[in-house]
Design a protein around this ligand. Structure first.
Ligand code: HEC
Ligand code: HEC
Length: 88
């Protein structure tokens, strides 16, 4: 069962331990709101981050190669994430 905090409060923050390839750090974020159009949390040079949770951290801690769920492309994640809680 996927819980609210799995998507909304992923472990973006790195205090002591983090694995960028697995989209996970050791501390959960309090950003909370997800931007379903954003597929990257950080700017290309890594110096700035967006103010909402992006799909890489909201989804790819699980939906990635070697993760606990099926591998999904950014487009597939977006299709599901946009309007996620509204009935189709
Ligand atoms: C805590 C782990 C976890 C997170 C985080 C997570 N998922 Fe999932 N998701 C799963 C599992 C487990 C399944 C069911 C089995 C599978 O497809 O791997 C699933 C299934 C899905 C499916 C259906 C797959 C299919 O092919 O039928 C979609 C689409 C999906 N998730 C999208 C998302 C999106 C979009 C996000 C982020 C906003 C997200 N998930 C975040 C674990 C997660
Ligand atoms: C599979 C990942 C996933 C899970 C689990 C999930 N959400 Fe979301 N949630 C999203 C995404 C993606 C959006 C953004 C949808 C959009 O903007 O179109 C969202 C949007 C929201 C919003 C609107 C926030 C805003 O910015 O206006 C609320 C409120 C919310 N979720 C509450 C919850 C609650 C409460 C739970 C647990 C019962 C939960 N969500 C579980 C992915 C998830």
């Amino acid at each position: 069962m996927v819980d609210c905090i799995d998507c909304h409060m992923p472990r973006i923050t790195k205090s002591a331990w983090g694995d960028a390839d697995a989209y996970t750090g050791d501390i959960r974020t309090h950003l909370w709101a997800i931007d379903p159009y954003a597929t990257s949390q950080f700017s290309e040079d890594g110096t700035t981050a967006i103010s909402q949770v992006s799909l890489d951290f909201a989804c790819k801690s699980c939906h990635r190669t070697g993760g606990s769920a099926s591998v999904k492309t950014d487009e597939q994640l977006k299709d599901t994430a946009i309007g996620y809680h509204s009935t189709p």
